[in-house]
Design a protein around this ligand. Structure first.
Ligand SMILES: Nc1nc2c(c(=O)[nH]1)N[C@H]1C(S)=C(S)[C@@H](COP(=O)(O)O)O[C@H]1N2
Ligand SMILES: [Mo]
Length: 421
């Protein structure tokens, strides 16, 4: 067998130029995710086109997700797979900082959540069953977006997962209000912040190292829609997204929403767990020139995420006949308030037209938009979408403020469209 392993690209399993060397139908089939029926007829070194990879889909995840890193697992959702109004579990992006607890070692019957910290009146623990039985169950559609979504565009580049547009999703989450649980436990007057600890393990293998332990200011923790959730779209949360229990804080960077949740700490100071301090999930308090080294004390914690939108239909590269209208669809969201308007441009931002905009299912759910677009003559176009929030703040058309770790890129999303006569 002359297959040169080293040259195989992890996405397509073909080498960089698309060549695959003559080999058995079985091996080829394994690489391409389907049996090659006429494999014997393929001339040596003939470049096969290949299919979307299915063989290396993440467990429980849609095979179309783009894996950016496999240790820890980080995978984003291509824009056209985010077309659903409510993101299905298998299409929700995965952002792991460490190694998830093994699925067969998770027993939801035994899972407990402990509430502790210097600002609780007394430490208390609840099993999953006790959470379900003792507090009212609520469901909200809540949008989660990683603070680093869009990082890939920053220049000079920022280290970390090179997310394009797909570290976002908006499923329906079911659980209990964090507020109800905190009230049951009882808070001291000096409580200001709430942090989390999950059961994932550090990439180094060191059992004493915490992967990530972030949190939110008390006011956000007490919000009506801040949840301790066990279900996503009425099903158990997918393993990679925090099964069996996680926090969900819509509108804040998703890094606040602790997965595989085991402990909540109520703090009398800003929580100081790993990835709360230094440069993590922080941006310069005042704008800086691209490439500036910013001292830690001049970095501020990200709270509400900025206004943003995504075109989920059609997939970029669509072709449309000149005499036909192109339907476009997508979603718009913002951490604070709501979306007031979404508009689109086909002339690189010179003119804009309004889209139809649906109301949010509830605050912190994204809002669907749509429009029917016609093109004046055959040729290449880009469709740009731009959302404006209830404070009148619109998305920037190009990159917003550079920051050292590449957070908060809310530039307009765009797709390419070809009009043919
Ligand atoms: N325990 C734990 N919680 C975590 C993380 C993690 O690595 N471990 N990653 C955080 C980050 S940075 C993000 S963006 C979201 C991602 O949630 P998702 O993987 O369900 O999309 O989870 C957050 N909660
Ligand atoms: Mo994140």
């Amino acid at each position: 067998m002359s297959l040169e392993k080293k040259e195989i690209d992890p996405q397509t399993k073909l080498d960089r130029r698309g060549f695959i060397h003559k080999t058995s139908a079985l091996v080829l089939g394994g690489l391409l995710g389907a049996k090659v029926v006429y494999a014997d007829n393929i001339p040596a070194s003939f470049p096969l086109l290949g299919l979307q990879p299915t063989a290396n889909a993440l467990p429980g995840k849609h095979p179309g997700l783009l894996v950016l890193n496999d240790r820890p697992i980080n995978a984003e959702t291509p824009a056209h797979l985010l077309d659903d109004s409510q993101t299905p579990g298998d299409k929700l992006f995965v952002r792991n900082n460490g190694i998830p607890p093994e699925l067969d070692k998770i027993d939801p019957e035994q899972w407990t959540l402990t509430i502790s910290g210097e600002s609780v009146r007394r430490e208390m623990s609840f099993t999953l069953a006790e959470l379900k039985a003792n507090f009212s169950t609520v469901s909200y559609q809540l949008t989660l977006e990683c603070g680093g979504n869009g990082r890939k565009e920053f220049n000079p580049p920022a280290k970390g997962n090179q997310w394009t547009t797909g570290a976002v999703g908006s499923p329906i989450w079911t659980g209990v209000r964090l507020r109800d649980v905190l009230q049951k436990v009882g808070l001291k007057d000096d409580a200001v912040y709430v942090g989390y600890y999950g059961r994932d393990s550090h990439i180094s293998g060191d059992p004493n190292k915490t992967v990530i332990s972030r949190g939110v200011p008390l006011a956000k923790a007490l919000d009506d829609r801040s949840l301790i959730a066990w279900a996503l779209n009425d099903k158990p949360i997918p393993h990679l997204n925090g099964y069996p229990l996680r926090l969900v804080f819509g509108g804040f960077p998703a890094s606040c929403s602790g997965k595989w949740l085991e402990r909540i700490v109520v703090r009398d100071q800003v929580h100081d767990g790993p990835k709360m301090g230094g440069q993590s999930y922080r941006v310069p308090c005042r704008p800086v020139a691209p490439g500036t080294k910013v001292p830690d004390e001049d970095m501020c914690i990200i709270d509400e995420m900025p206004v943003k939108s995504l075109i989920s239909f059609p997939k970029t590269g669509a072709t449309i006949r000149l005499n036909q209208e192109l339907p476009i669809r997508g979603h718009a969201w913002v951490g604070k308030g709501s979306i007031q308007e979404v508009s689109y441009s086909i002339d690189f931002g010179a003119t804009w037209r309004s889209c139809e905009l649906e109301p949010a299912a509830n605050p912190h759910a994204w809002q669907d938009f749509s429009a029917r677009v016609s093109f004046p003559e055959p040729g290449y176009y880009e469709v740009w979408a731009r959302a404006t929030d209830s404070e009148g703040i619109a998305q920037p058309m190009l990159l917003p403020g550079w920051n050292p770790r590449g957070y908060l890129n809310n530039a307009c999303h765009r797709i390419a469209v070809r009009s043919v006569s």
